[in-house]
Design a protein around this ligand. Structure first.
Ligand code: MF3
Ligand code: CO
Ligand code: CO
Length: 268
């Protein structure tokens, strides 16, 4: 439902139920990616797995052919910030890789990602990945009626910068529902007390991309792969969130720790 004068959709209870279902399926697929992450596999192997797993659940992989994206999942290794295209690249011990899964099920989208360790991470890799995970958790804690979208960006930026990292500005979270990338744009930087207020029934993603070095990005000649401008590491985690009367519900939550990742969902 869209109220006049507001570009941010408020989901009905029925629409929320569809969101819960698709988000749970996306979370399930991502949870099964963790155990397959090891040195020697290719990012195409991850694409094959996610594609098949999604279809088995009766869902469709939303990235495939989305604005010309050629694969079913985004795989972003090391200095790749987001939108990495699966292919013949083999994972090596010490790499970090974000796997970003989006399912389409019964007309609704569910979007979630995590960064995984390939073997043993370097100190720098572990740091940037931990900061990314914690910044998402801190952002989620801001989501309750009365608070504002600027509080999300402020929480992420204050924490990440205090940890010596930087926050990507070229890509943002987004409203989600029957539309993959809907209003509002959810900035991962900002000032407290600014922006629209959270209202029960809003659904959107929070997906901070945290860089080890500079925050700027550039897009490779394939028109998709975004990399850090200085070639240093970038890590990202993403959840789809519902605003409730008392706070929020993390629709793409899993229980416990994701294998080979910092990700553990403790806030619900
Ligand atoms: N899943 C990404 C996001 O979090 C979008 C991927 S679009 C694609 O918004 F085309 F690259 F798949
Ligand atoms: Co998203
Ligand atoms: Co995503």
């Amino acid at each position: 439902m869209r109220f006049p004068g507001s570009s941010i959709e408020i989901k009905t209870e029925r629409e929320i139920q569809f969101m819960r279902e698709v988000c749970a399926l996306a979370a399930d697929t991502l949870s099964r990616v963790g155990p397959m992450i090891e040195a020697g596999i290719t990012t195409q192997d991850i694409d094959d797995f996610v594609h098949q797993d999604t279809l088995k659940l009766g869902a469709r992989p939303a990235p495939l052919n989305y604005r010309g994206f050629p694969k079913s999942v985004c795989t972003s290794v090391n200095e790749v910030v987001c939108h990495g295209i699966p292919g013949p690249r083999r994972l090596q011990d010490g790499d970090i890789i974000n796997v970003d899964v989006t399912h389409l099920y019964q007309g609704y989208f569910g979007d979630t990602s995590a960064t995984f360790y390939v073997g043993k991470p370097s100190k720098a890799a572990k740091h940037v990945t931990e900061v990314a995970r914690r910044s998402l958790e801190l952002a989620i804690a801001e989501v309750k009626p009365g608070n504002r979208f600027g509080d999300i960006g402020a929480a992420i930026q204050e924490f990440a910068e205090a940890q010596g990292c930087s926050v990507v500005q070229d890509f943002v979270g987004h409203g989600i529902g029957r539309v993959f990338h809907d209003e509002p744009k959810v900035s991962h930087v900002g000032r407290r007390g600014t922006g629209r207020r959270f209202k029960p029934g809003m659904t959107f993603t929070i997906e901070p991309m945290i860089n080890e070095g500079r925050y700027e990005t550039r897009v490779l000649d394939d028109d998709w792969t975004a990399v850090t401008i200085d070639g240093k590491l970038s890590a990202q985690f993403e959840h789809t969130i519902l605003v409730t009367p008392t706070g929020c519900e993390v629709l793409t939550a899993r229980s416990g720790r994701l294998q080979n990742s910092e990700m553990f969902d403790t806030y619900f």
